[in-house]
Design a protein around this ligand. Structure first.
Ligand SMILES: [Zn+2]
Ligand SMILES: [Zn+2]
Length: 247
């Protein structure tokens, strides 16, 4: 029944219907979950489990800027989904059955791929050309909020939206894994933009989860990775070796 419904959406819905479903889904994730995530952070702060990273009040103009650009980004995200469906209908993408294991493995693959994909896009965005014209929109939020998660220039939103598209053409995934991935991604994104951290910012790396991206907004440099610091560590390891070989 559930699988039939998914097959029906993939093959029988018009592109306009699919576009509307996708943007409604992203609006639900953004406007539905951001206030809940913020509420939970505030409750945990009251119980001394979370601490605000930068104790600064956020002007209303910043919130409106973040929401306006996030609304725009969601319209762009919908376009990527259309291309994904188009490629599936053309037979360029294979989908796996929606078994529990396929869904879990699919979400893990997408999360790992996002770490690489985001690092590359983000590092390019910090080149002076893109920083000045594109990425400055996202860095408008010097102290980020949960509403900054999709606050991008349209071009950056387009690049970042290609995570499922760029892996699904090479590795078959289940449709439900692709559908659930934005939920996992936005939760990780909230953690990276909420301006809250566990404790005083010291201690084991799991306690610092999300704090690196918050710090990136404030300092503009370093920590180009998404949820983990793995890509930053790899980058620091590899680049000096390449430079050494050139000498
Ligand atoms: Zn950010
Ligand atoms: Zn940045």
């Amino acid at each position: 029944m559930f699988n039939q419904h998914i097959t029906n959406i993939i093959y029988n819905y018009s592109y306009l219907q699919i576009y509307l479903v996708v943007i409604a889904y992203f609006y639900f994730l953004y406007f539905g979950l951001a206030p809940v995530f913020l509420y939970v952070c505030k409750q945990l702060e009251k119980q001394d489990l979370l601490q605000k990273i930068i104790k600064q009040s956020i002007p209303k103009t910043q919130l409106l800027f973040e929401i306006k650009h996030s609304i725009q980004s969601i319209f762009i995200f919908g376009l990527s989904a259309l291309l994904l469906i188009y490629l599936k209908r053309q037979g360029a993408i294979l989908l796996l059955p929606n078994s529990f294991i396929n869904i879990m493995v699919g979400i893990i693959i997408l999360t790992i791929w996002n770490e690489i994909h985001f690092f590359i896009v983000h590092r390019v965005m910090h080149l002076p050309f893109f920083m000045k014209r594109v990425h400055k929109i996202h860095h408008h939020s010097k102290v980020p909020t949960v509403f900054a998660v999709y606050s991008f220039h349209w071009f950056e939103a387009l690049l970042l939206s290609t995570v499922p598209l760029t892996i699904a053409v090479f590795i078959p995934l289940s449709a439900v894994a692709i559908f659930l991935y934005p939920l996992v991604s936005i939760l990780l994104n909230f953690a990276g933009h909420c301006n809250y951290r566990f404790g005083n910012g010291k201690g084991p790396s799991w306690r610092l989860f999300g704090s690196k991206h918050n710090a990136h907004h404030f300092k503009f440099a370093n920590h180009y990775g998404f949820a983990s610091g793995i890509m930053d560590k790899l980058h620091k390891l590899i680049i000096p070796k390449i430079n050494q070989r050139k000498k």
